[in-house]
Design a protein around this ligand. Structure first.
Ligand SMILES: Nc1ncnc2c1ncn2[C@@H]1O[C@H](COP(=O)(O)OP(=O)(O)OP(=O)(O)O)[C@@H](O)[C@H]1O
Ligand SMILES: [Mg+2]
Length: 260
C-alpha cells in the first residue's frame, strides 16, 4: 500500500460489520418467580427509528431499563455502540414513562433540564447552564415553562421538559418510553416531527416504546414486537402483520388493524 498500511489490515477493517447502536444478546430478566424477558436477542444499526410495541406488562420498559443499565439481566447482556450498557450514559437521552415521573419534586423545568447536563441535581444552576437549558426547552417549544415548578406542569408540559432534558446533551441514542401516551398537549405529530428533525440533524438513533401501531408503521424504520419473548423484529411492513401481532397480543383488535 502506498500509504504504508498493510493490505491485510485494510481488508480486516472492511470486513468488520458496523458496530450496532443497540446489541441485545439473549437477554432474560426474572423478577422473583416471573420471567419478564425471555432470551430477547436483536441488533439495531445506528440511525434507525425503532418502535417497541407489545401489550401491557410485556417487558417493554424493562427492556429499555436493561439498555440503560437500570435493570441487570438475569442472563445475557446489552451493549450500546459497542460498550457495555451503562458505560456511556452521556451518549443516551432518556424520557421515562409518564407514570414514573415524580412531579412533587421541588424543582423548576429549567432545573430539570440542567440536571440532564450535569447528570446530578444542580444545587444552583449557573448562568451558562441556564442558557443551555433554556435553549433546549426552546427547541421543544417549551421555553415559556422554564421557571414553572414541575408540580404545576400539565402531563404534556412535563413530557416536553423531560424531552428537553433528554436532548440537551445531543445524545447519539434517544430512548423514549411511551412519550405520547395520555398526553393531549404534546401532539404526537409534533413529537415525531421533532425527533425526525433531531435525527436528520445529528444522525442519532431513536428507540421508542409506543402503543400506537399506526404511528409505528408510519414513522419507524424498524419495529420490535415484544411479549416476554421477541415476536418480531424488522421492517414495519413485515413485522406489523396479523400473525405476528396475534402471537404477541393474543388477539388482533380494531386498534391493531390500522397498522396493516
Ligand atoms: N422492579 C420490578 N420488580 C418486580 N416486577 C417488576 C418490576 N418492574 C416490572 N415488573 C413486572 O414486570 C412485568 C413487565 O413490566 P414492564 O414495566 O417492563 O412492562 P411494559 O411492557 O412496559 O408494560 P406497560 O405497557 O404497562 O408499560 C410486569 O408484570 C411488571 O409488573
Ligand atoms: Mg412500560
Amino acid at each position: 500500500m502506498s500509504d504504508g498500511v498493510p493490505a491485510a489490515a485494510v481488508r480486516d477493517v472492511r470486513m468488520q460489520p458496523p458496530i450496532p447502536a443497540l446489541h441485545v444478546h439473549r437477554v432474560s430478566v426474572r423478577f422473583g418467580d416471573a420471567l419478564v424477558l425471555d432470551g430477547v436477542d436483536f441488533d439495531l444499526d445506528a440511525g434507525h427509528f425503532l418502535a417497541i410495541v407489545g401489550p401491557n406488562g410485556a417487558g417493554k420498559s424493562t427492556l429499555v431499563k436493561v439498555v440503560l443499565d437500570l435493570v441487570k439481566p438475569t442472563k445475557g447482556h446489552a451493549a450500546v455502540f459497542g460498550a457495555d450498557a451503562g458505560a456511556a450514559p452521556q451518549r443516551i437521552g432518556y424520557v421515562p414513562q409518564l407514570k414514573t415521573f415524580d412531579r412533587t419534586f421541588p424543582a423548576t423545568a429549567v432545573e430539570l433540564v440542567a440536571s440532564g447536563v450535569r447528570r446530578s441535581w444542580p444545587v444552583r444552576v449557573r448562568k451558562e447552564e441556564r442558557e443551555h437549558a433554556v435553549a433546549a426547552l426552546r427547541d421543544v417549544g417549551a421555553e415559556h415553562l422554564a421557571d414553572r415548578r414541575l408540580a404545576r406542569l400539565s402531563g404534556g408540559e412535563l413530557q416536553r421538559a423531560y424531552l428537553a432534558r433528554a436532548l440537551v446533551r445531543r445524545p447519539d441514542l434517544v430512548l423514549l418510553d411511551e412519550p405520547a401516551t395520555g398526553v393531549d398537549f404534546l401532539a404526537e405529530h409534533d413529537l415525531y416531527d421533532l425527533l425526525e428533525r433531531y435525527q436528520a440533524r445529528t444522525g442519532a438513533t431513536v428507540a421508542m416504546v409506543t402503543h400506537d401501531l399506526a404511528a409505528a408503521r408510519y414513522h419507524a424504520s424498524r419495529v420490535l414486537v415484544l411479549n416476554r419473548k421477541l415476536h418480531g423484529f424488522g421492517l414495519p411492513e413485515d413485522v406489523l402483520c396479523e400473525p405476528c401481532l396475534k402471537e404477541a397480543f393474543g388477539h388482533v383488535g380494531h386498534q391493531h388493524a390500522v397498522a396493516f
